[in-house]
Structure formats: C-alpha cells, structure tokens
Design a protein. Structure first.
Length: 213
C-alpha cells in the first residue's frame, strides 16, 4: 500500500511537471511578449490539451499505462527543452502571480480573498478525504475512466439502458479523471479534478473582465 502510494506520487509529480514545463516552453516561444495574464491562461489550456493529446496518441496502441504515459510526458518535455530550453524563465511566470496575490491582500477586498481561500482549502481537504459519491461519477464518468485505465485504450463501453447513450458523450472530461486515476490505480485524488479547471476558468473570466485579455 505504502509503496503504491509512493510510486503514484512520483508518477503524478513527474507527469504533471513534464507537461507543465512543456506548456511553459511553448508559451515562452510563441507568447513571450504577451502580458502575464494571457500567458498564464495559455499555459493552463496547453497543459490540458497535452493530456487529451497524450491519451489519444496512446489509445490505438492500448498503451494508456503508467509506464507509457510517463515516458511520453518525459519525451514531450525533452523535445521542447532541446528545442526551446534556452527560453525558459519560470520566475517570469511566478512573480506576476505573487504580485497579484500581494496586491489583492493589500486591497479593500483582502477579507473576501482570505475567506475565499479558506473555503477553497476546506473544499480541497474534503475532496482528498471523501471518495467520489456523486451519482453520475459512479454511474458513468468514473466507470468509463477506470475501464480505460484497465484496458489501456479509450474504447466505447457498451451497456444497457442510459449508460449506453452516455458512452457517446464528449469524453475529454473523463480523460482528466483517468489522468488522476492512473498514478495510484485508485480514486485517491480524483475528487481534486475540478479545482485546476475551475481556477483556469475563473482566471480567464477575471482577466477578461479586468481587461488583461
């Protein structure tokens, strides 16, 4: 059990950091002169696009496994590093976020920010402690995601009644669930799936309303 959790943590960290680094280099190559807000949104969009592309690439070969996913993530990072590694400047992406938080805490909205941060942390802790119990997760979302991991491919799951129709829904959201199921072979962190997506969406909306995009 402990070894599985340790291996899962390593896979989770390596794969996610590899894709984030790949997205970072692409943003530095093509959006280096853009303001920090569009760069941040572009990085998030590319990160999720890479997850979808990776699963689609591996699916025909029944290769959606921890080994091949990790290898392909590292390969993405290596190729972009060899191509555009000299453009990397992670500090340039982090400093604006630190400045936004600092300015927000100094503004009249500081109390609201602290309350929102507390609610987010509380929700995150609940997501990590509670198993996924929503009816749609248990009925088809996580059913499909888990079966794809077991079979190593994005096959269409044929079943009776309503779940047969659900098999033809857009699958990208369930791919993200598979992404979090894969490292641990369990639903240990799958409840956290919506947090980065929500953060990306709220960031885009906020930046757009504030005129940064």
């Amino acid at each position: 059990m402990v070894s599985n959790v340790f291996t899962g943590c390593i896979v989770l960290i390596v794969t996610n950091l590899s894709l984030l680094y790949t997205a970072h280099l692409i943003v530095r190559k093509f959006y280096r002169d853009a303001p920090a807000a569009p760069r941040l949104v572009a990085l998030g969009v590319l990160y999720y696009a890479f997850i979808i592309a990776l699963f689609q690439l591996l699916s025909p070969f029944y290769a959606i496994t921890k080994t091949w996913v990790t290898i392909l993530c590292l390969l993405f990072a290596l190729i972009t590093h060899l191509r555009w590694g000299a453009l990397s400047c992670i500090r340039a992406e982090i400093l604006p976020m630190v400045a936004w938080v600092r300015d927000g805490l100094k503004s009249r909205w500081s109390a609201l920010m602290v309350c929102c941060g507390f609610v987010v942390l509380l929700s995150l802790s609940r997501a990590l402690l509670m198993p996924p119990l929503a009816w749609d997760c248990l009925t088809y979302h996580l059913t499909f995601a888990a079966l794809w991991i077991q079979k190593g491919t994005l096959f269409i799951f044929h079943a009776p009644d309503q779940i047969a129709d659900n098999a033809y829904f857009p699958i990208n959201g369930d791919i993200f669930a598979s992404w979090l199921l894969l490292p641990f072979d369990s639903d240990m962190v799958v409840n956290t799936m919506n947090f980065p997506v929500t953060l990306l969406g709220s960031s885009f909306t906020s930046f757009n309303n504030l005129g940064y995009l």
